[in-house]
Design a protein around this ligand. Structure first.
Ligand SMILES: Nc1ncnc2c1ncn2[C@@H]1O[C@H](COP(=O)(O)OP(=O)(O)OP(=O)(O)O)[C@@H](O)[C@H]1O
Length: 339
């Protein structure tokens, strides 16, 4: 069911378009990630949903209710960003209870709710601490607990883990994903980190220069990018251009069998892990190892093929040295292509 619908949204700052004709339906009870590089408009979009920024054109709906002129406090969408803004003079408990106190909720109900959130966010033993006595991850969990206390319809997270170190970041990613699934909340998260987006999201919207270029599942956006610019964002390094005629792909690298129909111009896309090393045979690409970069679980090779560079990643058990002659295998029947 659609929870949030942004319809024909446009926004500009100083005559520069920051959001361009955004149309997106965000599903209820799912984790949707707005992904994109710095300056692509992610935060502006999130702030627009929260009611902190007015869109110039277009409509925003929560369910079937038009929210364009509904103020921040009436939207029931709570934003947590990297600054957290916990109240420094209040304990963990008081921070979490704050929104409920403001709403004049009955004291015993507040106590019950706070205890529940302390348990849920694994903050037991920290109830009486002040924010400066907490670790980064604990502060993050308090901020999320405080946001959840008022039972928002939508939780909005803006780069929530960007200040955490890598281990804590991974823990918090797993924690928040599990929490979102357990509570079945609608969560919209902004990040520029593709790994974070792919590992956490039900749906990913890729924003480039104020436009949504693709909006789909993590698997689909990674495996089947709709354009070269989407593929580039996910770090594709190999594009082979050419034409197809008579069951063969003709390119400057040679001719390769394919079952695609004739076509004057086509670009195949291969990730480094989609090209393999093999024996010399029909359709293999002969090249020389120019560079090898070891990165723990794999080695990434740059292979020189007639002045063209092909990037191949391989598990450690296939070891080649600079100057080695190698034969590459690329399956043009299974590859993604752009026409
Ligand atoms: N209040 C503002 N006044 C003027 N320009 C703004 C304002 N807020 C954002 N911008 C501009 O709008 C563009 C998009 O900004 P936004 O913060 O939405 O991008 P972002 O994708 O969230 O980037 P980041 O990951 O760096 O936060 C940027 O060029 C930014 O400089």
């Amino acid at each position: 069911m659609a929870k949030i619908y942004l319809k024909n949204i446009n926004k500009s700052y100083d005559n520069k378009a920051v959001l361009k004709n955004i149309n997106i339906v965000i599903n209820e009870g799912q984790l949707t990630v707005l992904l994109g590089p710095s300056g692509s408009g992610k935060t502006t979009m999130l702030h627009g949903i929260a009611g902190m920024v007015d869109f110039e054109e277009g409509d925003i709906f929560f369910g079937d209710q038009l929210m364009n002129h509904v103020s921040i406090d009436k939207r029931n969408a709570v934003l947590v960003d990297q600054n957290l803004l916990l109240f420094p003079h209040m304990t963990v408990e008081s921070n979490i209870a704050f929104g409920l106190k403001m709403r004049r909720v009955n004291k015993s109900v507040i106590k019950e709710k706070v205890n529940e959130l302390i348990r849920l966010l694994e903050l037991e033993g920290h109830e009486k601490k002040f924010p400066n006595e907490l670790s980064g991850g604990q502060m993050q969990r308090v901020a999320i607990a405080r946001a959840l206390a008022i039972e928002p319809e939508v939780l909005l997270l803006d780069e929530p883990f960007s200040k955490l170190d890598i281990m804590l970041r991974k823990n918090m990613q797993e924690f928040v994903r599990a929490l979102q699934q357990k509570l079945n909340i609608t969560l919209i998260m902004v990040t520029h980190d593709q790994e974070e987006a792919l590992s956490m999201a039900d749906q990913v919207a890729l924003l480039l220069d104020g436009e949504i270029k693709q909006y789909t599942t993590p698997n689909e956006i990674y495996e089947k990018p709709v354009s070269k610019e989407v593929a580039d964002f996910f770090g594709v390094r190999n594009y082979f251009e050419g034409k197809i005629s008579g069951g063969e792909f003709h390119s400057h690298l040679g001719r390769f069998s394919t079952n695609l129909p004739n076509c004057e111009k086509i670009t195949f896309m291969f990730r480094p892990e989609q090209i393999g090393f093999g024996e010399k045979q029909k359709d293999s690409i002969e090249g020389i190892v120019k560079r090898r970069v070891y990165s723990g679980d794999k080695v990434v090779y740059t292979i020189d093929v007639r002045d063209f560079h092909i990037h191949v990643s391989s598990f450690i058990y296939k070891e080649f040295n600079i100057g080695d002659k190698v034969y590459l295998q690329a399956n043009f029947d299974k590859a993604v292509y752009f026409i």
